[in-house]
Design a protein around this ligand. Structure first.
Ligand code: PRP
Length: 207
């Protein structure tokens, strides 16, 4: 499984703002918006294009557009903070939604919402979630997608734990990970260390 770590200085700076416990909700959301632009930009680097000939005011030239715009799937709640920015960069993208809440004791994801197209055969999918911790939520989401025929899934995360990356690797699911950082580890409560806390709570307040 491919893991792309986007460690551009501007991405590092935004992630540092998100990590800092002194950062308030508004500044956290702003930093996540900006980081999302960078992560999506890199996630789409090898996307195939179609070409057509156009006229500039001066000459004829090739013009490009995405051959197969992806489906965007923010994982609620925290992934909502990435959805609009991803959509701005890829205006032709369709958007689906998955709602999951991780049980604080068992760390198992509890699904509460699912709104996805029936068939995803031949469509690339970008799953948006700021955090990949145990990987349970991401694995659950990817299975919903592969059940609908998806074979090309990219998990776009601000920060990931090595345990979550390993779990996705071992799952054999057709996914690659694009993240700004693979951190040190998970702690006993299932939080990423050093991480950034709970991305849903930091954006929207405690659920
Ligand atoms: C967080 C995060 C991921 C999940 C990661 O969401 O946004 O969805 O936990 O954990 P995992 O990799 O161990 O499954 P949470 O369940 O706290 O819900 P929220 O987005 O509503 O805050």
């Amino acid at each position: 499984m491919d893991v792309l770590v986007v460690d551009h200085p501007l991405a590092r700076a935004r992630l540092s703002t998100m990590r800092d416990a002194r950062t308030d909700s508004a500044a956290f959301r702003a930093a996540l918006h900006e980081l999302t632009v960078m992560l999506i930009y890199e996630a789409m680097r090898d996307a195939p294009l179609t070409t057509e000939r156009i006229h500039t005011p001066v000459a004829r030239t090739d013009a490009y557009r995405l051959a197969n715009p992806p489906l965007l799937v923010p994982v609620l709640r925290a992934g909502l903070g990435m959805a609009d920015q991803a959509h701005k960069l890829i205006p032709d993208a369709q958007m689906g939604f998955v709602g999951l809440a991780r049980d604080e004791e068992t760390l198992q994801p509890t699904p509460y919402m699912e709104s996805l197209p029936e068939s995803l055969a031949g469509r690339p999918v970008l799953v948006l979630d700021p955090m990949l911790a145990t990987g349970g939520s991401m694995a659950h989401t990817i299975r919903l997608l592969t059940d609908r025929g998806a074979t090309d899934v990219t998990a776009v995360c601000a920060v990931a734990a090595p345990e979550g990356v390993e779990r996705l690797k071992e799952s054999g699911l057709p996914v690659r990970v694009v993240t700004a950082s693979v951190d040190e580890r998970l702690n006993d409560s299932g939080f990423i260390v050093p991480g950034l806390g709970d991305a849903g709570d930091r954006q929207y307040g405690t659920a």
